[in-house]
Ligand binder design. Structure first.
Ligand code: PAF
Length: 330
Protein backbone atom coordinates (compact mmCIF):
# COMPACT_ATOMS: atom_id res chain seq x y z
CA UNK A 1 0.00 0.00 0.00
CA UNK A 2 1.25 3.47 -0.89
CA UNK A 3 2.04 5.71 2.09
CA UNK A 4 2.04 9.52 1.93
CA UNK A 5 4.56 11.23 4.23
CA UNK A 6 4.67 14.97 4.77
CA UNK A 7 7.86 15.43 6.81
CA UNK A 8 11.46 14.54 5.95
CA UNK A 9 11.80 12.68 9.24
CA UNK A 10 8.70 10.51 8.66
CA UNK A 11 9.74 9.84 5.09
CA UNK A 12 13.20 8.60 6.08
CA UNK A 13 11.71 6.42 8.81
CA UNK A 14 9.20 4.91 6.33
CA UNK A 15 11.96 4.30 3.76
CA UNK A 16 14.10 2.50 6.36
CA UNK A 17 11.08 0.32 7.27
CA UNK A 18 10.37 -0.50 3.60
CA UNK A 19 14.02 -1.45 3.03
CA UNK A 20 14.01 -3.67 6.11
CA UNK A 21 10.92 -5.52 4.79
CA UNK A 22 12.48 -6.41 1.41
CA UNK A 23 13.11 -10.14 1.01
CA UNK A 24 16.78 -11.08 1.29
CA UNK A 25 18.36 -11.32 -2.20
CA UNK A 26 19.53 -14.71 -3.48
CA UNK A 27 22.98 -13.20 -3.99
CA UNK A 28 24.00 -11.29 -0.82
CA UNK A 29 26.22 -8.95 -2.86
CA UNK A 30 23.07 -7.59 -4.61
CA UNK A 31 22.02 -4.32 -3.03
CA UNK A 32 18.47 -2.97 -3.29
CA UNK A 33 17.71 -0.12 -5.66
CA UNK A 34 15.52 2.82 -4.61
CA UNK A 35 14.08 4.68 -7.63
CA UNK A 36 12.89 8.26 -7.19
CA UNK A 37 10.48 10.21 -9.39
CA UNK A 38 10.45 13.88 -8.31
CA UNK A 39 7.33 15.81 -9.45
CA UNK A 40 5.40 19.00 -8.88
CA UNK A 41 2.11 17.04 -9.13
CA UNK A 42 -0.61 17.69 -11.75
CA UNK A 43 0.38 14.35 -13.18
CA UNK A 44 -0.25 13.27 -16.78
CA UNK A 45 0.74 10.33 -18.99
CA UNK A 46 4.30 11.70 -19.24
CA UNK A 47 4.66 11.24 -15.47
CA UNK A 48 3.05 7.80 -15.73
CA UNK A 49 5.85 6.79 -18.13
CA UNK A 50 8.44 7.96 -15.56
CA UNK A 51 6.70 6.05 -12.76
CA UNK A 52 6.49 2.89 -14.87
CA UNK A 53 10.19 3.06 -15.77
CA UNK A 54 11.10 3.59 -12.12
CA UNK A 55 8.87 0.66 -11.10
CA UNK A 56 10.38 -1.62 -13.75
CA UNK A 57 13.88 -1.22 -12.32
CA UNK A 58 13.53 -0.27 -8.65
CA UNK A 59 12.99 -2.53 -5.65
CA UNK A 60 11.35 0.42 -3.90
CA UNK A 61 9.78 3.33 -5.79
CA UNK A 62 9.52 6.71 -4.08
CA UNK A 63 8.02 9.89 -5.53
CA UNK A 64 7.70 13.48 -4.41
CA UNK A 65 4.95 16.03 -4.95
CA UNK A 66 6.01 19.59 -4.21
CA UNK A 67 5.33 22.79 -6.15
CA UNK A 68 8.66 24.53 -5.68
CA UNK A 69 8.33 28.33 -5.48
CA UNK A 70 12.09 28.84 -6.02
CA UNK A 71 11.83 27.75 -9.64
CA UNK A 72 9.01 30.14 -10.61
CA UNK A 73 10.17 33.53 -11.80
CA UNK A 74 6.55 34.65 -12.07
CA UNK A 75 4.40 34.57 -8.92
CA UNK A 76 1.14 34.34 -10.94
CA UNK A 77 2.47 31.19 -12.64
CA UNK A 78 3.28 29.73 -9.20
CA UNK A 79 -0.14 30.60 -7.81
CA UNK A 80 -1.94 29.16 -10.87
CA UNK A 81 0.12 26.00 -11.09
CA UNK A 82 -2.44 23.15 -10.89
CA UNK A 83 -2.53 21.35 -7.52
CA UNK A 84 -4.31 18.00 -7.22
CA UNK A 85 -2.67 16.05 -4.39
CA UNK A 86 -5.40 13.41 -3.94
CA UNK A 87 -5.65 12.53 -7.64
CA UNK A 88 -1.85 12.55 -7.96
CA UNK A 89 -1.46 10.20 -5.00
CA UNK A 90 -4.06 7.85 -6.54
CA UNK A 91 -2.23 7.81 -9.87
CA UNK A 92 1.12 7.22 -8.17
CA UNK A 93 -0.39 4.38 -6.19
CA UNK A 94 -1.88 2.83 -9.36
CA UNK A 95 1.61 2.95 -10.94
CA UNK A 96 3.24 1.10 -8.05
CA UNK A 97 4.78 3.91 -5.97
CA UNK A 98 5.58 2.68 -2.46
CA UNK A 99 6.20 5.98 -0.67
CA UNK A 100 5.14 9.54 -1.54
CA UNK A 101 6.87 12.53 -0.01
CA UNK A 102 4.47 15.50 -0.11
CA UNK A 103 5.88 18.22 2.15
CA UNK A 104 4.32 21.65 2.63
CA UNK A 105 6.25 24.86 1.99
CA UNK A 106 7.44 25.33 5.58
CA UNK A 107 8.69 21.74 5.77
CA UNK A 108 10.85 22.25 2.68
CA UNK A 109 11.89 25.85 3.34
CA UNK A 110 11.45 26.74 7.03
CA UNK A 111 10.92 30.49 7.38
CA UNK A 112 10.10 30.92 3.67
CA UNK A 113 10.21 33.50 2.05
CA UNK A 114 13.27 34.50 4.13
CA UNK A 115 14.84 31.07 3.57
CA UNK A 116 16.58 29.16 2.25
CA UNK A 117 19.66 31.31 2.62
CA UNK A 118 22.07 28.78 1.13
CA UNK A 119 21.11 27.65 -2.36
CA UNK A 120 22.59 25.65 -5.24
CA UNK A 121 23.42 27.52 -8.42
CA UNK A 122 23.30 26.03 -11.90
CA UNK A 123 26.00 28.50 -12.99
CA UNK A 124 26.39 29.32 -16.65
CA UNK A 125 24.24 26.34 -17.72
CA UNK A 126 21.36 27.83 -15.79
CA UNK A 127 21.49 31.10 -17.70
CA UNK A 128 21.17 29.70 -21.22
CA UNK A 129 17.95 29.54 -23.28
CA UNK A 130 15.17 28.78 -20.79
CA UNK A 131 17.35 30.13 -17.99
CA UNK A 132 17.79 33.38 -19.92
CA UNK A 133 14.03 33.84 -20.12
CA UNK A 134 13.35 32.65 -16.56
CA UNK A 135 16.16 34.07 -14.41
CA UNK A 136 16.82 31.91 -11.35
CA UNK A 137 14.65 29.03 -12.61
CA UNK A 138 17.42 26.44 -12.82
CA UNK A 139 18.98 27.59 -9.54
CA UNK A 140 15.58 26.90 -7.97
CA UNK A 141 15.43 23.47 -9.62
CA UNK A 142 19.00 22.63 -8.57
CA UNK A 143 18.25 23.66 -4.97
CA UNK A 144 15.05 21.65 -4.59
CA UNK A 145 16.42 18.59 -6.39
CA UNK A 146 19.50 18.59 -4.13
CA UNK A 147 17.21 18.73 -1.09
CA UNK A 148 14.99 15.94 -2.45
CA UNK A 149 18.07 13.78 -3.16
CA UNK A 150 19.29 14.36 0.40
CA UNK A 151 15.94 13.65 2.07
CA UNK A 152 14.88 10.74 -0.14
CA UNK A 153 18.16 8.84 -0.60
CA UNK A 154 18.32 5.42 1.07
CA UNK A 155 20.93 4.55 3.69
CA UNK A 156 23.96 2.58 2.41
CA UNK A 157 24.38 0.00 0.97
CA UNK A 158 21.14 0.54 -1.02
CA UNK A 159 21.59 2.17 -4.44
CA UNK A 160 19.71 5.28 -5.54
CA UNK A 161 18.47 6.43 -8.97
CA UNK A 162 16.28 9.36 -9.97
CA UNK A 163 14.11 9.60 -13.08
CA UNK A 164 13.51 12.72 -15.16
CA UNK A 165 11.69 13.41 -18.43
CA UNK A 166 13.54 14.34 -21.61
CA UNK A 167 10.78 16.91 -22.18
CA UNK A 168 12.73 19.17 -19.82
CA UNK A 169 16.00 18.69 -21.69
CA UNK A 170 17.71 21.73 -20.21
CA UNK A 171 16.70 20.68 -16.69
CA UNK A 172 18.13 17.24 -17.40
CA UNK A 173 21.44 18.76 -18.58
CA UNK A 174 21.63 20.92 -15.42
CA UNK A 175 20.85 17.99 -13.10
CA UNK A 176 23.35 15.66 -14.80
CA UNK A 177 26.03 18.31 -14.54
CA UNK A 178 25.16 19.09 -10.91
CA UNK A 179 25.36 15.40 -9.92
CA UNK A 180 28.80 15.17 -11.54
CA UNK A 181 30.12 18.46 -10.21
CA UNK A 182 28.90 17.87 -6.64
CA UNK A 183 29.55 14.07 -6.56
CA UNK A 184 25.97 13.38 -5.53
CA UNK A 185 25.53 9.61 -4.99
CA UNK A 186 22.59 9.13 -7.35
CA UNK A 187 22.24 7.77 -10.87
CA UNK A 188 20.25 9.93 -13.29
CA UNK A 189 17.87 8.15 -15.68
CA UNK A 190 15.70 9.71 -18.38
CA UNK A 191 12.55 8.73 -20.28
CA UNK A 192 11.58 9.99 -23.74
CA UNK A 193 8.98 12.72 -24.29
CA UNK A 194 5.37 11.54 -24.42
CA UNK A 195 3.35 13.26 -27.18
CA UNK A 196 -0.37 13.30 -27.83
CA UNK A 197 -1.84 11.99 -31.10
CA UNK A 198 -1.16 15.34 -32.81
CA UNK A 199 2.45 15.58 -31.67
CA UNK A 200 2.04 18.04 -28.78
CA UNK A 201 4.43 17.22 -25.92
CA UNK A 202 2.44 16.45 -22.77
CA UNK A 203 2.78 19.07 -20.04
CA UNK A 204 0.83 19.99 -16.91
CA UNK A 205 0.50 23.46 -18.42
CA UNK A 206 -1.49 22.13 -21.42
CA UNK A 207 -4.54 22.05 -19.13
CA UNK A 208 -4.71 25.84 -19.50
CA UNK A 209 -4.79 25.89 -23.34
CA UNK A 210 -8.08 26.78 -25.08
CA UNK A 211 -9.03 24.89 -28.28
CA UNK A 212 -7.50 27.72 -30.35
CA UNK A 213 -4.36 27.80 -28.18
CA UNK A 214 -4.04 24.04 -28.66
CA UNK A 215 -4.05 24.40 -32.46
CA UNK A 216 -1.49 27.21 -32.20
CA UNK A 217 0.70 25.11 -29.89
CA UNK A 218 1.00 22.38 -32.53
CA UNK A 219 3.26 24.71 -34.56
CA UNK A 220 6.02 24.10 -31.99
CA UNK A 221 6.27 20.33 -32.44
CA UNK A 222 5.77 20.71 -36.22
CA UNK A 223 8.87 22.93 -36.40
CA UNK A 224 10.85 20.31 -34.45
CA UNK A 225 9.66 17.45 -36.68
CA UNK A 226 10.67 19.53 -39.72
CA UNK A 227 14.20 19.96 -38.32
CA UNK A 228 14.45 16.25 -37.48
CA UNK A 229 13.39 15.34 -41.04
CA UNK A 230 15.88 17.75 -42.58
CA UNK A 231 18.72 16.41 -40.39
CA UNK A 232 17.85 12.83 -41.35
CA UNK A 233 17.69 13.71 -45.04
CA UNK A 234 20.92 15.70 -45.01
CA UNK A 235 19.22 18.93 -45.98
CA UNK A 236 20.24 22.34 -44.64
CA UNK A 237 18.38 22.82 -41.38
CA UNK A 238 17.48 26.45 -42.09
CA UNK A 239 16.73 27.17 -38.44
CA UNK A 240 16.47 30.87 -39.22
CA UNK A 241 13.77 30.28 -41.86
CA UNK A 242 11.69 28.29 -39.36
CA UNK A 243 12.17 31.00 -36.74
CA UNK A 244 10.82 33.59 -39.13
CA UNK A 245 7.82 31.44 -40.01
CA UNK A 246 7.00 30.95 -36.34
CA UNK A 247 7.42 34.64 -35.58
CA UNK A 248 4.84 35.37 -38.29
CA UNK A 249 2.38 32.76 -36.92
CA UNK A 250 -0.57 34.35 -35.08
CA UNK A 251 -1.07 33.00 -31.55
CA UNK A 252 2.59 31.92 -31.15
CA UNK A 253 5.06 34.21 -29.34
CA UNK A 254 8.36 32.54 -30.13
CA UNK A 255 11.07 32.98 -27.50
CA UNK A 256 13.71 30.76 -29.09
CA UNK A 257 14.33 27.97 -31.55
CA UNK A 258 17.92 26.75 -31.43
CA UNK A 259 20.00 23.67 -32.18
CA UNK A 260 22.37 22.87 -29.31
CA UNK A 261 24.80 20.33 -27.91
CA UNK A 262 22.60 18.24 -25.54
CA UNK A 263 25.25 18.16 -22.81
CA UNK A 264 26.44 21.76 -22.54
CA UNK A 265 23.55 23.52 -24.34
CA UNK A 266 25.96 25.47 -26.58
CA UNK A 267 24.38 26.54 -29.84
CA UNK A 268 25.67 24.27 -32.62
CA UNK A 269 24.04 25.50 -35.73
CA UNK A 270 23.76 29.25 -35.87
CA UNK A 271 23.12 29.32 -39.60
CA UNK A 272 22.19 27.15 -42.50
CA UNK A 273 24.12 23.98 -41.74
CA UNK A 274 23.82 20.31 -42.53
CA UNK A 275 24.10 17.71 -39.78
CA UNK A 276 26.09 14.67 -40.86
CA UNK A 277 26.23 11.19 -39.39
CA UNK A 278 30.01 11.29 -39.04
CA UNK A 279 29.46 13.89 -36.35
CA UNK A 280 30.72 16.73 -38.55
CA UNK A 281 28.63 19.82 -38.84
CA UNK A 282 29.18 21.43 -42.22
CA UNK A 283 27.98 24.67 -43.63
CA UNK A 284 25.62 24.08 -46.54
CA UNK A 285 28.11 25.90 -48.79
CA UNK A 286 30.85 23.43 -47.88
CA UNK A 287 32.75 25.33 -45.16
CA UNK A 288 34.11 23.16 -42.37
CA UNK A 289 32.51 23.46 -38.96
CA UNK A 290 34.38 25.50 -36.36
CA UNK A 291 36.57 23.26 -34.17
CA UNK A 292 34.48 23.69 -31.02
CA UNK A 293 31.51 22.13 -32.71
CA UNK A 294 33.32 18.92 -33.49
CA UNK A 295 34.12 18.36 -29.83
CA UNK A 296 30.49 18.72 -28.92
CA UNK A 297 29.38 15.74 -30.98
CA UNK A 298 29.49 12.49 -29.04
CA UNK A 299 28.89 8.93 -30.13
CA UNK A 300 26.52 8.01 -27.29
CA UNK A 301 24.50 11.23 -27.29
CA UNK A 302 22.37 12.56 -30.10
CA UNK A 303 24.39 14.76 -32.45
CA UNK A 304 22.23 17.72 -31.60
CA UNK A 305 19.09 18.78 -29.85
CA UNK A 306 16.57 21.31 -31.16
CA UNK A 307 15.04 23.40 -28.37
CA UNK A 308 11.95 25.55 -28.70
CA UNK A 309 10.01 27.80 -26.32
CA UNK A 310 7.01 30.00 -27.05
CA UNK A 311 4.15 31.73 -25.35
CA UNK A 312 0.81 30.34 -26.46
CA UNK A 313 -2.30 31.90 -24.89
CA UNK A 314 -1.84 32.01 -21.11
CA UNK A 315 1.14 29.65 -20.93
CA UNK A 316 4.73 29.28 -21.96
CA UNK A 317 5.48 25.96 -23.62
CA UNK A 318 8.80 24.23 -24.15
CA UNK A 319 9.62 21.26 -26.34
CA UNK A 320 12.70 19.63 -27.87
CA UNK A 321 13.76 16.91 -30.28
CA UNK A 322 16.94 14.97 -30.98
CA UNK A 323 18.41 15.52 -34.44
CA UNK A 324 20.20 12.58 -35.99
CA UNK A 325 21.71 12.36 -39.43
CA UNK A 326 21.65 9.17 -41.52
CA UNK A 327 24.77 7.70 -43.16
CA UNK A 328 23.70 8.97 -46.60
CA UNK A 329 23.80 12.55 -45.34
CA UNK A 330 27.60 12.67 -45.10
O1 PAF B 1 10.37 18.62 -13.54
C1 PAF B 1 9.74 18.95 -12.52
O2 PAF B 1 8.57 18.58 -12.31
C2 PAF B 1 10.42 19.85 -11.48
O3 PAF B 1 11.25 20.78 -12.08
C3 PAF B 1 11.16 19.05 -10.41
C4 PAF B 1 12.31 18.25 -11.00
C5 PAF B 1 10.20 18.10 -9.70
C6 PAF B 1 11.75 20.00 -9.37
O4 PAF B 1 10.77 20.76 -8.75
Amino acid sequence: MTRVLTTARDFRQALAESLAKLPAPADPSETPLVSLVPTMGALHSGHAALLDSARASGDIVVASIFVNPLQFDDDADYQHYPRSLEQDAELMSAHGVDLIFAPDLQEMYPGYPEGPLVRVTAGELGRKWEGGFRPGHFDGVATVVTKLFTIMSPPAPARFEAWFGEKDAEQLAVIRRMVGDLNLPVGIRAVPIVRDENGLALSSRNQRLSAQNYDDALHLSRALFTLADRAREGQPLDVQGLREQLKATPGVGLDYLVVVDPLNLQELIPGDRVLTSSGVLQCADGDGAPQGMLDAVRRDAPEALALIAARVGPVRLIDNMELRATASAT
